[in-house]
Design a protein around this ligand. Structure first.
Ligand SMILES: C[S@@+](CC[C@H](N)C(=O)[O-])C[C@H]1O[C@@H](n2cnc3c(N)ncnc32)[C@H](O)[C@@H]1O
Length: 263
């Protein structure tokens, strides 16, 4: 398990929030739905769902205690009666026929085996319920991964990466379609979507690495972490130099899934 710092994530996740809100608009909620948000993080997006479903309910689940604690504190039930948060792993969704829609943004690439996730998603939806997911997909963040690989092989870091396995489930439609169809989902849209991410300078980029690239950064002892991150930023600048205004552009690839639960 990785240790998320919920406050740091909240303060450096404008790119992820923008993507989530764009995806959320596609749900076209009518106002009375019950929606499950998988990997809700600091709860900002789940709260947006709750505002779009004032007569319904939004439940955010997340496997990080720090995230759930911050989300619950920021959006307490007395102020947000149709919004709740629960500590729960995406692979252990155990609701039955309760939700009109399941939403997830920037979470599921943290899970390698999507079979238990999709079984839980199917079970928790009402017949005809909608599933709308966005996650890192095949080819995602290739320049960051190349820079990470270069640095972690250096003799001064290699010892911390013994037995290291690629941590993410970056899949494409070819893998995902059979997983959906074998569970009776009707696929409406399933595609890899290129997305640009921008960080304004090295310190912004370093903050992104520190807050979300945990499978790499948390391999390194805390006292050495900042120098590891600085080396990755420098290695990345060699692969992809910053632009004239100092900003760094990342070519991200998201797998987007839009499907309906069959009867
Ligand atoms: C990048 S954050 C995205 C948060 C939020 N969806 C957003 O768009 O801002 C990824 C979240 O996924 C959660 N996560 C990772 N693996 C998970 C799992 N197996 N089950 C539930 N949540 C998970 C993390 O704890 C983290 O809060």
């Amino acid at each position: 398990m990785y240790q998320w710092d919920a406050r740091e994530y909240r303060d450096s996740s404008s790119n992820q929030k923008r993507w989530a809100l764009e995806l959320l608009a596609r749900l076209e909620l009518q106002g009375g739905e019950r929606v499950l948000d998988i990997g809700c993080g600091d709860g900002e997006i789940t709260a947006a769902i709750a505002r779009m479903a004032p007569r319904g309910f939004a439940l955010g689940i997340d496997s990080s205690e720090d995230m759930v604690e911050l989300a619950s504190r920021q959006y307490p039930p007395d102020r947000c009666p149709n919004l709740g948060f629960l500590l729960k792993d995406a692979r252990e969704i155990d609701f039955t026929g309760e939700f009109d829609a399941v939403f997830s943004s920037a979470c599921l690439h943290w899970v390698k085996d999507h079979q238990p996730v999709l079984s839980g998603v199917r079970r928790c939806l009402k017949p005809g319920g909608r599933v709308l997911l966005q996650m890192g997909g095949r080819g995602n963040a290739a320049t960051v991964l190349a820079a990470m690989e270069e640095v972690l092989r250096l003799p001064r870091w290699a010892g911390h990466f013994e037995g290291f396995d690629f941590p993410y489930g970056f899949y494409g439609p070819e893998e995902y379609r059979p997983w959906l169809e074998s569970r009776g989902f009707r696929v409406l849209r399933l595609e890899l979507v290129p997305r640009e991410m921008r960080h304004h300078g090295g310190s912004d980029f370093a903050a992104w690495l520190r807050t979300t690239w945990l499978p790499y950064t948390q391999r390194v002892p805390e006292s050495l972490r900042e120098s590891f991150i600085a080396e990755v930023v420098a290695a990345h600048a060699r692969v992809k130099p910053p632009e004239a205004d100092g900003s760094v552009r990342f070519d991200m690839v998201r797998l987007e899934v839009d499907a309906l639960k069959g009867d």
